[in-house]
Design a protein around this ligand. Structure first.
Ligand code: GYE
Length: 306
């Protein structure tokens, strides 16, 4: 079972697959939905799931992965907190003949034989969608537009790539400038704190680009506390499209959300079954995603799963 580990301990002795999953943490609504998807899908697929929460710390994840190697699980899956610094522990897994699947976030290891596949979103594309929307939205306004950016966790793939994609897109309009950019660690409290500082130090903020909904929601609190109207005085663009974000979008407090799908569990269990059976899997599996305006948010809100 998912929690108890079953009666016949000794890792892999059963017919079913044992998976060790090293999660990032519980930093956001996206992450909560992602964890639930993985746990529910493991149950449905009869996978014995060993689950750990690294509280956004790489050293905790490395420890968890080492313990999965020691327990001789059939497959290890993890969502790397940051991109760099994985080669050593991934080599240890490879030497122990335990296949590794990257979920959600990727690593920057040059040796791609250290993992079987990477399942997750195209974060550069997400950043581009956010930037493209702003370019179009600002087309009719004259003069400079000051953007502040709330970055995700420093060194994390979605923070690096969402920044890159957004910058590439807004380069199309010289009026658009990022005047401040700082990490809010993908959390609501982080987004609020950083936005408070931005509001104090930077006059004339026109737009907030937050790398996830939670930081955008924190920014809304800071903007309202400063006596300004989010969505009007300061426009807000975020990424994820979780329930709380979509609710704020439908209320006009957020202006645009780029979707990032956290429901990766089912695909992960499918890939795991194949990898453990020694079957070939694609090196990269990209998640399908869209984006939403306030009107679209109103239409789909009731039917959202997360
Ligand atoms: O956007 C953010 C979470 O890695 C795609 O991590 C994920 C990101 C997601 O904390 O909300």
């Amino acid at each position: 079972t998912a929690c108890g580990g079953g009666s016949d301990a000794g890792g892999g002795s059963d017919d079913g697959i044992t998976m060790g999953f090293a999660q990032v943490g519980a930093e956001s609504g996206w992450r909560t939905a992602n964890t639930k998807s993985i746990q529910d899908s493991a149950k449905a697929a009869g996978v014995d799931l060993k689950f750990s929460d690294a509280q956004q710390k790489q050293e905790n994840q490395i420890k968890a992965i080492r313990s999965y190697i020691q327990q001789q699980v059939d497959v290890i899956a993890f969502s790397p907190v940051v991109e760099s610094g994985w080669d050593t522990v991934l080599k240890e897994a490879k030497d122990a003949d335990i296949p590794v699947i990257l979920t959600d976030r990727s690593v920057d290891s040059a040796d791609t034989s250290l993992y079987k596949t990477f399942l997750g979103s195209d974060f550069v594309e997400e950043g581009k969608k956010a930037g493209d929307w702003l370019v179009e939205d600002s087309a009719s306004t004259d003069g400079p537009i000051n953007i502040v950016e709330l970055q995700g966790t420093t060194g994390a793939a979605p923070a690096i790539d969402r920044k890159e994609g957004f910058e590439a897109a807004i380069a199309a309009d010289p009026d658009l400038t990022i005047v401040e950019s700082q990490t809010g660690d993908f959390t609501r409290s982080g987004g609020k704190q950083v936005m408070e500082a931005f509001l104090k130090n930077t006059p004339d903020i026109d737009v907030v680009y937050a790398h996830n909904d939670d930081m955008g929601l924190g920014a809304i609190e800071a903007i309202e506390a400063a006596g300004k109207v989010p969505g009007k005085d300061i426009k807000i663009i975020t990424v994820d499209a979780v329930k709380d974000g979509m609710t704020a979008l439908s209320e006009g407090k957020i202006n645009y959300i780029v979707e990032c799908n956290p429901l990766l569990g089912e695909q992960l269990m499918d890939l795991a079954a194949k990898v453990v059976a020694g079957e070939e899997v694609p090196a990269r599996v990209v998640t399908e995603e869209s984006a939403f305006t306030p009107e679209q948010a109103k239409e789909v809100l009731a039917s959202r799963e997360y």
